[in-house]
Design a protein around this ligand. Sequence first.
Ligand SMILES: CC(=O)N[C@H]1[C@@H](OP(=O)(O)OP(=O)(O)OC[C@H]2O[C@@H](n3ccc(=O)[nH]c3=O)[C@H](O)[C@@H]2O)O[C@H](CO)[C@@H](O)[C@@H]1O
Ligand SMILES: C=C(OP(=O)(O)O)C(=O)O
Length: 434
Amino acid sequence: MDRFEVTGGKKLSGSIIPQGAKNEALQILCAVLLTPEEVRIENIPDILDVNLLIELLGDIGVKINRIDRHTAVFKADDINIDYLNSIEFRNKSGRLRGSVMLAGPLLARFKTAYIPKPGGDKIGRRRLDTHIIGFEKLGTRFEYHPEDGFFHLDASQLKGCYMLLDEPSVTGTANILMAAVMAKGETTIYNAACEPYLQQLCKMLNRMGAKIRGIGSNLLTIEGVDYLGGTEHSMLPDMIEVGSFIGLAAMTQSQIEIKGAGIEHLGIIPEKFRQLGIQMEFRGDDILIPEQEVYEIQSFLDGSVLTISDHPWPGFTPDLLSIVLVVATQAKGSVLIHQKMFESRLFFVDKLIDMGAQIILCDPHRAAVIGHGREQKLRGITMSSPDIRAGVSLLIAALSAEGKSIIQNIEQIDRGYQYIDTRLKALGADIKRI
Ligand SMILES: CC(=O)N[C@H]1[C@@H](OP(=O)(O)OP(=O)(O)OC[C@H]2O[C@@H](n3ccc(=O)[nH]c3=O)[C@H](O)[C@@H]2O)O[C@H](CO)[C@@H](O)[C@@H]1O
Ligand SMILES: C=C(OP(=O)(O)O)C(=O)O
């Protein structure tokens, strides 16, 4: 298993372009199954999870013409449904979270689907109830096999209906939406997730001939159609990468320019980094983070200690809380980090504490970070990456720390960050893949 060897404490400089959005790509790639016509997709991130999903599509029978590492044309005109019941499909799709979204389009077009126990980050319980209950409301029967966590879904006809989701699940909304686009009649999904990933999916589906209203809100109305055709789609810049690079610049006291950051789609993300005291200049669609010796965490208006917590979109995405936490360790001031959605995403703070950070893990969901404005520098250590975002947070910590760090289990980072070592080296980082 590869590791990163990082010698920290170096200032970085230059510009960096965010990859296409990972979580959008996982939805968009599943949507190619909705039509027998060609779908051309651009700005595909060249990362483990996305490449695995493309491989799965190929295994199911989708014809794939990979024009380059970031562009491909897909044609799902001859699908092998039986493959979905194979051990190979179970094993492969169990290696990523996004594969769960193959079910919605397969139900829409072929009225049957299989969902093996999905993979993805081990960051707490990640149930599929919202997906399955949504499918059930559309007229799907399901069988659950508890011994291997396998769902078999079957429907003779999907029928539109009203549903109020238990929670605005991101992949759940995408899955139900893709099942509903070809259901008979009208479907209303209330308490829908509305991240830019979903807005992009809705727009793509409408270009294919779907009739979706309410895009960008938590109330989606879908008028079912009989057929969807081909289209072209390009992924937005990955907002989680943009946030990670803002944090990287601040932690390493570097001036970095993020080119083509997709600022209008970042929602509240820049504001949260501003609350940590990080300066940013928006120049067209680029973000310049100037070199800053010290950044100071703001307090609330009444002077009380700032809390940064996750919330469904347009609130702050949970995928950036680990980055915010690590960046706070070198700030001046204190902040409470409250991870509301996932119960195992904060355990990586042990490693930051070993590096010298002042953090109190109050409980699995809350950590108080006391920043001393770089008076206590972090020290390089050997650590292992528990999940994708914690992995990048530890990498950023290592780049700002004194001395050498080894980061193990970097497959976690490669799941979601494209050529990260090469791109960081181009900014002047001392990082080796060993
Ligand atoms: C492939 C993909 O797109 N993965 C993203 C997707 O995962 P995913 O779609 O799996 O996550 P969900 O939106 O379903 O929710 C994640 C977890 O948060 C809980 N929950 C959810 C909504 C809510 O209002 N309250 C709440 O507590 C759920 O019970 C679940 O345990 O969305 C997550 C939440 O933004 C992100 O971290 C993941 O990166
Ligand atoms: C949790 C994440 O990914 P996944 O849902 O694919 O595990 C993430 O992207 O931060």
